[in-house]
Design a protein around this ligand. Sequence first.
Ligand code: CTP
Ligand code: K
Ligand code: MG
Length: 181
Amino acid sequence: MAVLETLVIAFWAMLPAYVPNNAAVLAGGGRPIDGGRTWGDKRVLGDGKTWRGTAMGVAAGLALAAVLTVIAGDVSSALGFDVPAFTPLAALGLAGGAMLGDILASFLKRRTGRQRGAMFPGLDQLDFVVVSLPLAALLDFEWFREWFTLEVILVVVVLTPILHVTTNVAAYKLELKNEPW
Ligand code: CTP
Ligand code: K
Ligand code: MG
């Protein structure tokens, strides 16, 4: 597979997992998922993980997957190679897994004494990949196996932190986000 082709497929296939975090930043707020509860002397998740942000994040990922699925045929013809259409279960695995990964990361951050918004290099950039890929595979293995070849997975692992850092610095500069990570 050509390098450009692998890059495009990896980016396209991950879009439903990339957009939820950004949508949550824009739409977040309101009641925290943990309801303010603590474990020991620390919050379970913290005020940065809200019901609204999570729901809007998943909804944004599903909506984007639907749009990409509608245009996948035309884009494939234009590019001369196939980009994925998403099955509902694959989309749910990617979008839901991204939000779940982010929530689990916050759980780990609180257990390790990090305040809301503190950085956790590595985890911040890959938390959503670590859960969205296995969840997509669990919910629709046929789809996952077709698109997430070893090459695509490697590109995702390298590309995601680069995109994550870039979009978060941009969101911070635009004053949409409180921290540049
Ligand atoms: N957000 C949300 N619900 C989510 C994820 C994010 O409402 N499930 C919103 C919150 O307003 C959050 C912001 O998006 O403050 C930025 O997200 P993130 O960086 O993931 O959260 P942090 O505030 O940094 O909190 P944490 O330290 O727990 O990661
Ligand atoms: K995060
Ligand atoms: Mg943060």
